[in-house]
Design a protein around this ligand. Structure first.
Ligand code: SF4
Length: 78
C-alpha cells in the first residue's frame, strides 16, 4: 500500500522537527529571498510586516489534487 510521504514524515516525527527548524529560522528571519534578518520570535516585524503570529488564509479538506498529495482523507492522520 502506498503511503503519502507527509504521513510517513508525521509518524516518524520528522515533520515536527522540520516545523521546529522553521521556527528557528524566524530568530534571524531568512524564510524568503528578502532575508531581512528580523527577529520575529521577539515580535519584530520583517520587511514583509510579519511577526511571530501566523495568519492562515483558509483551511479545509481538499481532495482535488493527485492521490499522492491528498491520500485517502483526513482519517489517515489519526
Ligand atoms: S521579509 Fe518576512 S519572510 Fe522575508 S525574511 Fe523578512 S521577515 Fe522573513
Amino acid at each position: 500500500m502506498y503511503i503519502p510521504s507527509y504521513i510517513s514524515l508525521h509518524k516518524s516525527g520528522k515533520l515536527k522537527m522540520l516545523a521546529e527548524s522553521l521556527w528557528q529560522h524566524m530568530e534571524k528571519c531568512d524564510l524568503c529571498p528578502r532575508n531581512c534578518g528580523a527577529n520575529r520570535l521577539i515580535g519584530e516585524k520583517g520587511t514583509c510586516g510579519a511577526d511571530t503570529s501566523l495568519r492562515i488564509a483558509s483551511f479545509g479538506p481538499h481532495f482535488g489534487e493527485e492521490r499522492e498529495l491528498v491520500g485517502k482523507g483526513i482519517g489517515e492522520f489519526s
